[in-house]
Design a binder for this molecule. Structure first.
Ligand code: IZC
Ligand code: ZN
Length: 438
């Protein structure tokens, strides 16, 4: 049956069983190592994880359920490491064009926000995206979704935000729907109408206010009516949308059934982290400029069981050359659950490679390999509202996994930028497999 698979021959299985990770448990990856017990196995039946552990134990469990083990499709991990499929908690997957010229401008000293204020940045991508056809957007989406999958990502959050008018925002979200229907990458769509103030509003004295009203009164109701987004997001940043404007958009979205998430304290502290707690956001993202009070607000929320996941995006900090990384260690010490995302977008993080982000997280955020892996699996799943069904290899969860050609998970971020992936499995189906062993 499709969705059935028996992975055998693993040296290590990183299960991430046991729910959201925070504090001293951020790096508790609940790993099973095969040294003493022999090769390990993972069984997926009907698209869901059925059993994990020593090969002989997994067979016994399956036989006890009346499963014809010999008849299952087998996949040999050949002494590699099995992890849950990676979950990318923050991407802007759909856009048109590219912005390589901004790298040169920033190398000469221009800042990201200066380029945006001068009508470039996000606005140049909006021009290109509005002019693109649905088929062009779909072709772009397929290319980069396939590339994300090849780096081990089986589920990704995907934002609109390069339309900035009702028609184009709806077109982007509808295109995500078509991409998701194609599979195999699973997509969680977010409406980001409040990404920037578009050109046609900029000449007005009340530009930002007028555009916020457009988002709340025209765009959000249309998005909600079509049921094509799960989350509502805002770029809360100095000179873009302030905390009060962000609150109004997020509350309006929540009233329409879209859960809040937030670009918070990326470049300046704008009170974004506290706002994320106030509105019950699933995730507060970036946080490179978070204040002490912001860390405390996230810590208190986690302590009272209403955690807002801190989704850190260190590839963006690297690409912006700011050198100012999010205080990941302080967040972990304060008990805030940390997730990772690629922030794939044409301006500040043109990388679809979440496995590389694990390495950057170790080098620049000082996460351990285990903490980084938890951040890109179970905690990222929580940041997307999928914390009970995705992000771990536990019986009953989705059968999404990656087989890496290394015998221990610590080697995944160690080999910088290497192609370590033997196979990617989505819902028990092999969706990428290396033709030959290295
Ligand atoms: O296109 O610049 N930060 N949004 C907020 C972005 C970066 C994407 C972009
Ligand atoms: Zn973003």
């Amino acid at each position: 049956m499709s969705g059935d698979l028996l992975v055998i021959g693993a040296a290590e299985v990183v299960t991430l069983a046991g729910g959201l990770r925070r504090g001293s448990a951020q790096g508790d990856v609940a790993t099973v190592r095969g040294e003493a017990s022999g090769p390990l196995a993972v069984a997926v039946l009907g698209g869901q994880v059925a059993a994990v552990g020593r090969g002989s134990d997994v067979r016994t469990v399956l036989e006890g359920q009346g499963v014809d083990v010999a008849g299952l499709p087998h996949l040999d991990a050949a002494g590699g490491t099995v992890t849950p499929g990676l979950v990318d908690a923050h991407t802007h997957l759909l856009f048109a064009g590219s912005r390589e010229s901004e790298l040169g401008l920033r190398q000469k000293g221009a800042t990201y926000l200066e380029i945006l204020a001068a009508g470039g940045g996000i606005l140049s991508t909006v021009d290109r995206t509005r002019a693109a056809t649905d088929e062009e957007l779909l072709t772009h989406g397929r290319r980069w979704a396939t590339e994300m999958l090849s780096h081990g990502v089986t589920t990704a959050e995907v934002k609109s935000g390069y339309g900035l008018d009702a028609a184009t925002e709806l077109r982007l979200l509808a295109t995500y729907g078509r991409l998701a229907a194609d599979g195999p990458l699973e997509l969680v769509p977010t409406f980001l109408g409040a990404h920037a103030v578009p050109r046609e509003f900029r000449d007005r004295p009340d530009a930002t206010e007028a555009y916020v009203r457009d988002v709340i009164e025209r765009q959000l109701p249309a998005v909600a009516e079509q049921g094509i987004a799960r989350f509502c997001d805002v770029f809360c940043e100095a000179g873009v949308f302030d905390a009060d404007q962000s609150r109004r958009v997020l509350e309006a979205g929540a009233r329409l059934g879209l859960r809040p998430r937030l670009h918070a304290d990326e470049i300046h502290d704008s009170g974004g982290a506290a706002l994320a707690v106030e509105v019950g956001a699933a995730s507060a993202d970036h946080l490179a400029a978070i204040s002490d009070a912001g860390i405390e607000a996230l810590g208190l929320a986690a302590d009272r069981g209403a955690a807002v996941v801190a989704t850190l995006l260190p590839a963006t900090t690297l690409y912006l050359m700011s050198g100012h990384y999010a205080p990941a260690r302080r967040l972990i010490e304060r008990g805030v659950p940390v997730a990772l995302g690629s922030d794939f977008n044409p301006g500040t993080s043109p990388t679809p490679n979440l496995a590389l982000v694990l390495t950057i997280a170790c080098l620049q955020l000082r996460l351990t390999p285990s903490e980084a892996l938890a951040a890109a699996t179970i905690n990222a799943a929580h940041a997307l509202g999928l914390g009970e069904s995705h992000g771990a290899l536990e019986a009953g969860r989705v059968g999404d996994l990656v087989i890496w050609d290394v015998p221990r998970h610590e080697l995944i971020p160690y080999w910088v930028g290497a192609d370590l992936i033997r196979a990617v499995v989505k819902g028990g189906s092999i969706v990428r497999e290396r033709a030959s062993t290295p």
